[in-house]
Structures are given as C-alpha cells and as structure tokens.
Design a protein around this ligand. Structure first.
Ligand code: 5GP
Length: 122
C-alpha cells in the first residue's frame, strides 16, 4: 500500500493538530472542519478502507471508537452527543485511503447525512 498523508502525520513528516496518541491510534483535528468540533481518529497501522480490515484488526478498529468516546468525555460533549462516521470508497466519500473515524460535535447533526444528487431529467 502506498503511503498516505496520514502516515506522514503519524511520522511527524507533516504537521497536524494532534490531540491524542497511544500505541494503536492517533487523533488530530480535521483541516477542513464540518462542525464546531471535528477530529479524526486513525489507527497507526495503515489500513486502506473498511473493506481491508482483517480479523486481526478487530481490536484496533474497535479501539478507534473507544478513543472517540474518551475524547468526547474529556472535551465535554459526550452527554450532548456527537456523530462518528467512517467513509468507504467513492460512494462513501472517502478521499484518504487510511481508515479514519470522523468525530463531529458541537451542533445537531442532520439525518440523512447526504444531499440528494441532481436528478437527470427524463
Ligand atoms: P474522507 O473524505 O476520506 O472521509 O476524510 C478525509 C478527511 O481528512 C477530510 O475531512 C479532510 O478534511 C481531512 N484532511 C485531508 N488532508 C488533511 C491534512 O493534511 N490534515 C488534516 N488535519 N486533515 C486532513
């Protein structure tokens, strides 16, 4: 797998606003926030998409949600609520091919989370 910019963030080759790190995961604020709080929780292991998760990765993938919940508690928005999202491939809107959990908070989230595409006239 070719190296993505998230591996470069893990290796401190490019800067990021890192808010959490442990042996398995890193969290940093999104460069283009879609909510008052928007950070990403990523595994240190580079896994390209949800489709590439192996059985042996179950612990690390579950860990991403645990980290999200810890940070939600620390940052004080756990009770109010928040949205976690992991996009997969083109229709999921994935642009960086190193899985990452989006954590969005600080405003009510809409549902459904997509805007209908323009319909082709018949
Ligand atoms: P995706 O579209 O793959 O689900 O999400 C990729 C996310 O990474 C986007 O929300 C985008 O703003 C964020 N992102 C892309 N490049 C960078 C970067 O260099 N630094 C940070 N902090 N976030 C980035």
């Amino acid at each position: 797998m070719s190296e993505t910019l998230f591996t470069k963030i893990i290796n401190r080759e490019i800067p990021a606003d890192i808010i959490y790190e442990d042996d398995l995961a890193l969290a940093f604020n999104d460069i283009n926030p879609q909510a008052p709080t928007h950070f990403l929780v990523i595994p240190k292991k580079p896994i390209a998409t949800i489709n590439d998760i192996q059985q042996a990765d179950r612990e690390v993938v579950g860990h991403l949600h645990w980290v999200a919940a810890q940070l939600a508690e620390q940052q004080g928005f756990a009770e109010q609520g928040y949205r976690t999202v992991m996009n997969c491939n083109e229709y999921g809107g994935q642009t960086v091919f190193h899985i990452h959990l989006h954590v969005l908070a600080g405003k009510p989230m809409g549902w459904p989370p997509y805007q209908e595409r323009l319909k082709t006239p018949v």
